[in-house]
Write a protein that binds this ligand. Structure first.
Ligand SMILES: [Zn+2]
Length: 399
């Protein structure tokens, strides 16, 4: 995988690490610093946001009650002092006076605002998290917390710079169709270059990723953003996998989900579309870690051609509803037929995963394993379901 293809997508979209689309439920209005007021809100936009582990980690301008006025208010006040230093934003100066006068304690935030709700600060109708000084300060804060001690050539941009400790791409287990709290992290590949010191070769000195701080932040921003945008990801719960796709130039990409889940729309006009399509299949591996199962970087015309080949190989009968040939449904039909209920029952010990079907289709390969499994399923219970027939055909394309 070339991380540049992810980083350039984040840059073309203006997506930043440390910013997430979150619902804000309250405004702390400090227009009168002596008498701040709480106003109920309900909007969802990108705000400064990184997930916290157990450590105290204030976020600037938008945070919850424990930070704005509760037990972490000292740390939050300190963060706000640093983040607004030199700013002339009306909400920055007003918040500083309010904090200095201890006025936030009188607002009753801790009793009113539920622990999970986010509070955003504003004054004279202007939101503090939109202050350019604060935006730069947050970026510098995140960069400093990521920097390792190593300076080297960045694998992503090719420049020499301070390498990042990790790529801070953190995806929630829910995007893989799994339960649980905490994030899953895509770890960088270990360094293998020969020029390293003996300590580094033994692993003792392995303290950095292969990317500079700026690129690591862009790659993380891209992964997080793709995983939150329905037009760029598809979750395969059965396999604990996530397919992400994008055009590295930032243009709208092929609607892979619609093309392969719903077999809709007609892919023919997509051939004429220029550009490239990148895609990656990620799956949740050992606790907290992600594995990459496949990566594609192809001209859009090639990917569209493969999808067309797939449709022709599955040979959908005329008049048949194309939605009955989506990949999840085809895979599901490999299950066991329950005669009494007249339904398909998933086979829990079936080794073949749905993500392997996706990988075969997107790689332009006949899904031989799935084809064999479909034949076996037909032999087992005598049900020649349309999806099973399609899989048998697709595994043995003519010529
Ligand atoms: Zn770089």
């Amino acid at each position: 995988m070339d991380p540049f293809l992810l980083a350039s997508w984040a840059r073309s979209r203006g997506t930043l690490h440390g910013w997430r689309r979150r619902r804000v439920a309250w405004a702390l209005d400090v227009t009168d610093p002596g008498r701040p007021v709480l106003v109920a809100q309900d909007w969802t936009r990108p705000v400064p946001y990184t997930r916290r582990s157990s450590a105290v980690a204030p976020r600037p301008a938008v945070d919850n009650a424990a930070y704005v006025a509760g037990r972490h208010r000292g740390a939050w006040g300190e963060m706000m002092r640093t983040a607004t230093e030199g700013s002339s934003h009306p909400a920055a100066t007003a918040l500083m006076s309010a904090l200095g006068a201890g006025a936030l304690e009188a607002v009753g935030i801790t009793g009113t605002v539920p622990a999970g709700d986010l509070i955003a600060v504003r004054a004279h109708g202007q939101w503090l998290h939109e202050d350019p000084v604060l935006i730069d300060a947050w970026d510098a804060h995140l960069a400093a917390s990521l920097a390792s001690a190593e300076t080297d050539v960045c694998l992503c941009c090719g420049d020499t710079g301070r390498l990042a400790r990790i790529v801070p791409a953190a995806l929630a287990p829910t995007v893989f169709g799994q339960r649980g709290a905490g994030d899953l992290v895509l770890y960088p590949t270990p360094r293998t270059d020969k020029g390293r010191s003996a300590a580094a070769r033994t692993g003792a000195g392995r303290t950095a990723s292969l990317m500079c701080v700026g690129c690591a932040m862009d790659v993380a921003a891209a992964l997080t953003d793709l995983a939150e945008d329905p037009a760029h990801h598809y979750c395969i719960p059965e396999s604990g996998s996530l397919l992400l796709w994008w055009d590295p130039s930032g243009k709208p990409s092929l609607p892979l989900r619609d093309l392969l889940v719903r077999n809709d729309p007609d892919p023919a006009p997509l051939y004429r579309k220029g550009g490239r399509l990148c895609a990656m299949m990620l799956s949740a591996a050992s606790p907290g870690r992600l594995t990459m199962n496949a990566f594609w970087n192809e001209p859009v015309s090639i990917m569209a051609q493969r999808i067309r080949q797939w449709r022709s190989a599955t040979a959908i009968p005329a008049g048949e509803n194309v939605r009955n040939y989506g990949l999840p449904l085809l895979h599901h039909q490999l299950g066991r037929w329950d005669r009494r209920a007249k339904t398909i029952v998933p086979r829990p010990f079936q080794r073949l995963r749905e993500r392997e079907l996706w990988i075969a289709v997107l790689s332009g390969l006949p899904p031989r394993q799935h084809s064999l499994a479909a034949k076996e399923a037909i032999r087992r219970d005598g049900q020649e379901l349309l999806g099973r027939q399609a899989l048998v055909r697709a595994g043995h394309p003519p010529g």
